[in-house]
Design a protein around this ligand. Sequence first.
Ligand code: GDP
Length: 443
Amino acid sequence: MAFEGLSNRLQNVFGKLRGKGKVSEEDVNEAMREVRLALLEADVNFKVVKDFIAKVKERAIGLEMAKSFTPGMVVVDIVNKELTELMGGTQSKLAKANKPPTVILMAGLQGAGKTTSSAKLAKMLQKSNHKPLLVAADIYRPAAIKQLQVLGEQIGVPVFTLGDQTSPVEIARSGLQHARDNGLDYVILDTAGRLHIDEALMDELRQVHEVTQPDEVLLVVDAMTGQEAVNVAQSFHSQLELTGVVLTKLDGDTRGGAALSVKAVTGCPIKFVATGEKIEPLEPFHPERMASRILGMGDMLSLIEKAQSSIDADKAAEMERKMRTAEFTFDDFLEQMEQVRKLGPLDQLMDMMPGMGKMKEMKNLKVDEKQINRVEAIVRSMNKDEKRKPEILNHSRRKRIAAGSGTTVADVNRLIKQFDDMRKMMKQFSSMMGPKGPKGGMK
Ligand code: GDP
């Protein structure tokens, strides 16, 4: 995961502090020396690191540590707040035009992920019931237009193009008109990238800017390039007023330097982050959540939001009812597993839970997707009656299921035992709760 190295190092530093009953000034200084090294190693801009450490020290030493019950936690809290501040404090939302369409100009160097991010942004808007239009204004990179068309088709968003013989300025102008004529409320301009920043590119972007008067100018930068991403952002920002940054490839093992330095160096906030090559909705960037994720305090809010958007509320309510009444069958079990799976790869989910990132590192907890596949195969090899009445699963049935699912009888036995235990627990729980809440009456 991105930030893994930084996250582990910071957690070690604070682990030591947390254990102390008293924290002296020397302890704080020592911890800050380590934090400084960790940040530099994560490729955070050196000036940013210097300012950051100075701010944390000032706040930490000013406090009367000895009087606090949890001095270590106080320091972690200060670092958490300062990290959040460093990344912009609060979430920077996407601008909205007073009169639609809202125009978003996407800029960036070739390969940063501009075309991919444009499609992800369109998907995000579409998900919140908007009608975006993608405009193919990159006429230089071979196949860029085709790439956008393919992505647009994949997500069901219209793509406006005039081929590669018309100027980007004209394409942008006509695209905007097309959106107005067709009642589309967001226009995403996928402009040309270059291998390096050059005058011709900037000129073209300025002209497109002039005719379209965008509400947002988002620069797409590749997090994997670390400080280089920050330099690119600074150059673009000095020539073309950016309104925000989209940081891509955060799925890779980026050390995190770009995410932590962009705002402080350029003054321009990160508005979105992108992970993966698949076209999923672009994720809004939340500085406070990112900070607590780096510090291993988990990102429960993102997890909950993810759950809310991927899990069917009616199904969840039905499941909850079944659990209460202990009517839970293997079918429900499978369905519940599928719902959890929709949330995404399990190890990514683990990273969002407090303390879990650390546990994974200690190898106490290995998330094994294969194991889950095996469980799924076993349940799928059961027939209807068996799923509903697990008690009929005798040895010959278990043997058949093992053969059908490519597992062993031991695997099947283990799963049935787990399921039985779970049902027993639910029965106990529901009898304890009774039909009207806890027995013994809390009310
Ligand atoms: P453009 O030249 O800036 O338009 O870049 P593209 O959108 O064509 O992306 C360049 C490459 O990076 C493609 O292979 C994309 O699939 C890949 N890519 C884009 N965004 C991400 C991301 O967030 N994560 C990963 N892993 N790959 C990405």
